[in-house]
Design a protein around this ligand. Structure first.
Ligand code: GDP
Length: 672
């Protein structure tokens, strides 16, 4: 299989709201490029990209999938990313492999919640952005108004480079054309606007152009630089179903989307040394793993790697931070849908897959140079469920499968909570977790029972308790036990944890037993005193005590330490702390009043509100985690399923008195 020059690769990610037509667009590109004999279809369950049984069944993407195609002498790698907020981890980490995010917007639905989110993330990560308005075959859509809304939302840098024509069955080019008949808009005027946006990225060229000294070809040759810099965000039109605008889309990618040399510069960070990477096939190999996936049929695990520079062949040793001695890939593969093909080498600018290697998302691979490369932001998963195996004895198998899922999805976690003793899985939302559990049930016949997890409260003190003494004495019959300790208990700053200070002058407690006091306190600290939650942010000073020449021993001082700590804790005005999260809700603007009222009734504190073009609004608030366990269904019922939300951990804060009493009472009940 051919290996291309660095400048001949075009790596793009299709991003946007679910249902905009991303997968259909990728299928249409494969068909147009002659890779497939007929266009795969989501609706007929013959998609090359949504190829897993689950995706065919549900009719939408759950993971990002990669396809590649030749067009106009270039090699395209197209990453189709999932649109739903629930799979945001996969959508966001996938864009680490590309230069350009193609934001797909449905002509009929316009800008949706995830359109905005993906656009913002792509900008933050420094990717070039291109907007595709798809479904232009739908006669109902007001495309002219949609272009204005896009410009209002994403800036005046968004300029059409073609326009729909013949009632959405064709497109007219405005990049090189200054005349023609479009369904709306003035082709000549838009052509001028495109050229102006391009020169906007380069002061010298701008002066030359305005002075009449720059030819159109000269201006167009710099277009990928302008797109990479965000001075031009091209808008183009397609119908992925009918094929209108598809070859024009592929041509425009070649002309406008930056190749690996003109696109986002990746920086290799090794301690204090920061080295910007200039892709060069002759250099030492450096790659970035941005996606891992296990083939559901063969169970082979593939790591998808963007070759940032150099060249990798199958017999070389690649190193990662975890494998400094190196691993031999065996095969270097090109993946397209569910097809894998051996290639001679992975060269700078390409995307390759490596099979059966212990390489994880976000890891840098190298032959000589070490270091790390920044990955795109993925939110901390805040939606959790506690799980228990349905069948006894399957714990270990379930743990292993869920660990594999966590390895492939940066927003999925499984943890054993040391405080609540529950196995807790966390993800972006209800659908996210249910999808993964359904996958486990289907492929491995392993099922779990779920319930809302206990909230990880913490205990702390608000004042000091000085000179608190405790004696542990067991001196009747057998070998005796004796230990007396006197401590001061003091509050510490939030986040400081626990500190033990030995302040004994002289030998009131034998030197060898002082660590026993500390050990006893640590044991109690994990168990909690008030309601069974771990104690944080305090300092204990051991100030005095008493030793018995025969009966004093380690265990006696551990018990005395624990006893003194418990007593002092209850005297130091103890309180519970609860996790507070930052919630971000997007919903139709007519629901804002109801949503605000609902958040307020859940102890939410509003932080801001913004009206968005297109009749939507976003609300932000801080809210206790315990109050949002069922938010999914509440939001859905208020907005008729049109709202979405995300949670991010903010901080721990004191639980109000009445709520605290309830939590303590509940903890007493479960103890009984
Ligand atoms: P994705 O979630 O963004 O990947 O969207 P899909 O590619 O799965 O498409 C969602 C639905 O829109 C499917 O039923 C497609 O057949 C349909 N669709 C996609 N592109 C077009 C188009 O250009 N025109 C029309 N009319 N429907 C389309």
């Amino acid at each position: 299989m051919a290996v291309f020059k660095v400048e001949d690769y075009r790596n793009i990610a299709l991003v946007g709201h679910g249902g905009a037509g991303k997968t259909t667009l990728a299928e249409a590109c494969l068909f147009k490029a002659g890779v497939t004999k007929r266009q795969g279809s989501i609706d007929e369950k013959s998609s090359c990209l949504d190829f897993t049984d689950e995706e065919k069944e549900k009719g939408h993407s759950m993971d990002s999938s990669l396809c590649s195609l030749p067009h106009g002498g270039k090699h395209f790698n197209i990453l189709d990313t999932p649109g739903s907020t629930d799979f945001i981890g996969l959508a966001n980490s996938g864009v680490a492999g590309v230069e350009t995010a193609v934001v797909v917007i449905s002509a009929t639905d316009g800008i949706e919640i995830n359109t905005r989110k993906r656009f913002k993330r792509a900008s933050e990560y420094g990717l070039a952005r291109i907007i595709v308005i798809n479904k232009i075959d739908d006669g109902e859509a007001n495309l002219e108004e949609l272009v204005s809304t896009i410009q209002e939302s994403f800036g005046q840098e968004c300029v059409p480079i073609n326009l729909p024509a013949s009632k959405g069955t064709a497109v007219v080019d405005c990049l090189t054309n200054s005349s023609g008949e479009a369904d709306f808009g003035d082709v000549g005027g838009i052509h001028e606007a495109v050229l102006e946006a391009i020169v906007g990225a380069d002061d010298e060229l701008m002066e030359k152009y305005l002075g009449g000294g720059a030819s159109e070809d000269e201006v167009l040759a710099t277009a990928p630089k302008a797109v990479a810099a965000g001075a031009l965000i091209p808008i183009m039109f397609t119908s992925a179903s009918t094929g209108a605008g598809i070859s024009e889309f592929l041509d425009a990618i070649i002309r406008l989307a930056p190749g690996p040399l003109a696109g986002k510069v990746r920086v290799l960070v090794d301690g204090e040394t920061k080295t910007p990477i200039v892709p060069n096939a002759e250099d030492d190999f450096v790659g970035l793993a941005f996606k891992c996936a296990t083939d559901p049929k063969s169970h082979i695990r593939y790591s998808f790697v963007r070759v940032l520079t150099g060249r990798l062949t199958s017999d070389q040793q690649i190193k990662t931070e975890q494998h400094p001695k190196g691993m031999r890939p065996g095969h270097v593969l090109r993946v397209s849908g569910d097809q894998h093909q051996d290639i001679e080498a992975g060269v700078a600018g390409d995307i390759i897959a490596l099979a059966k290697l212990d390489v994880h998302i976000g890891e840098t691979l190298f032959i000589n140079k070490g270091g790390t490369i920044k990955m795109p932001f993925v939110p901390e998963p805040m939606f959790s469920l506690a799980i228990e195996p349905k069948t006894r004895g399957t714990e270990d198998k379930i743990g292993a499968i869920l660990k594999q899922y966590a390895d492939e999805d940066p927003c999925f976690k499984i943890e054993r909570n040391a405080t609540t003793h529950e196995s807790v899985i966390s993800g972006n939302g209800d659908l996210h977790l249910r999808t993964l559990l359904a996958r486990m049930a289907k492929h491995h016949k392993l099922e779990v029972i779920t319930h809302p997890p206990k909230v990880p409260y913490k205990e702390t003190i608000t004042t000091s308790a000085m000179n608190v003494g405790y004696t542990h004495k067991k001196q009747s019959g057998g070998s005796g036990q004796f230990g007396r300790v006197i401590i001061n208990l003091l509050p510490a700053e939030r986040g400081e944890g626990y500190e033990f200070v030995d302040k004994i002058f002289g030998g009131a407690i034998d030197q060898s037993y002082r660590p026993s006091v500390d050990k006893g306190i640590r044991a109690q600290m994990v168990l909690g005193v008030l309601a069974g939650y771990p104690v944080v942010d305090f300092k204990v000073e051991l100030i005095d005590g008493k030793t018995h020449p025969v009966d004093s021993k380690d265990i006696a001082f551990q018990i005395a330490g624990r006893g003194a700590f418990k007593e002092a804790f209850m005297k130091a005005k103890p309180v519970l702390l609860e996790p507070v999260v930052h919630i971000d809700v997007t919903a139709p603007s007519e629901n804002v009043g109801d949503l605000q009222g609902d958040l307020a009734s859940r102890r939410g504190r509003p932080q801001g509100q913004e009206m968005l073009p297109g009749g939507m609004a976003t609300l932000t608030a801080q809210i206790p985690l315990s109050e949002v366990a069922d938010y999914h269904s509440r939001l859905s019922s208020i907005t008729g399923g049109r709202g979405s939300y995300s949670l991010e951990f903010s901080h721990y804060e004191q639980v109000p008195g009445n709520v605290q009493q309830q939590i303590i009472a509940d903890s007493k009940k479960t103890e009984d």
